[in-house]
Design a protein around this ligand. Structure first.
Ligand code: DX5
Ligand code: ZN
Length: 217
């Protein structure tokens, strides 16, 4: 299980996104949080910024759509240059159809679950996905504390992936840091989003290397 570290630009300087993307060269993906002020109480960026960012960096973009009506918007993010598009289970009207559409357009399809949403009710959808995202904070803001209470859900998700013999990445997002990454890796996560732990560090690229070492420890 190869470890992947995806810095979240939510904690970067939005006026210098191209430079901030280059500051984490060596990262596997750049995690881009799209918020619409409806699904979550915060607002970030949309399709035009993703289009520009995809031209400004060679690091592939991992889009996390915290928006209502992802069925309508997700395809536009693939066309804007995203390599992976994650929609929320709580927001999608037709998750299977949406995952198939994202894949057909040439991107990886992923589904995210808020902390209060159980994985069990989505077991049948897993074969349609390339990645599942278990949120380890309530979505909406960077810099929150990691919810240890989510560790059994991460473990359970890894068990379901194994039970179905799937080649599915298991991403975690929220409060991932050098102190929390080891236990969430041990629970079965292999793709780690980190915002404040990377962009809040003096040397973001070094922070990515530290997280990678800690996850593999
Ligand atoms: C939160 C976002 C996260 C956020 C994580 O809703 O989805 O990607 O940037 O930030 P940290 O790593 O600071 O918790
Ligand atoms: Zn995110």
């Amino acid at each position: 299980m190869a470890v992947q570290i995806n810095p979240s630009i939510l904690s970067a300087d939005f006026a210098r996104l191209a430079e901030e993307a280059r500051a984490v060269e060596g990262a596997d993906w750049l995690h881009v949080d799209v918020m619409d002020n409806h699904f979550v109480p915060n607002l970030t960026l949309g399709v035009p910024v993703v289009e520009s960012l995809s031209r400004a960096t060679d690091t592939p973009l991992d889009l996390h759509l915290m928006i209502e009506d992802p069925d309508r918007w997700a395809p536009q993010y693939v066309e804007a240059g995203a390599g992976s598009v994650t929609f929320h289970a709580e927001a999608a009207a037709a998750p299977v159809r949406l995952a198939r559409e994202i894949r057909a357009l040439g991107a990886r399809a992923a589904m995210a679950l808020k902390p209060g949403t159980p994985i069990e009710q989505y077991e049948d959808i897993l074969p349609e996905l390339d990645m599942v995202l278990i949120m380890t904070v309530e979505p909406g803001f960077g810099g929150q504390s990691f919810l240890d209470i989510m560790l059994p859900k991460v473990r359970r998700t890894r068990e379901l992936i194994a039970k179905h013999g799937l080649d599915l990445w298991l991403q975690v997002d929220g409060g991932v840091s050098a102190t929390t990454i080891e236990r969430v890796a041990e629970a079965g996560a292999d793709v780690f989003v980190a915002g404040s732990a990377v962009y809040g560090a003096m040397d973001p690229a070094a922070a990515v290397r530290t997280l990678r070492d800690q996850a593999g420890a």
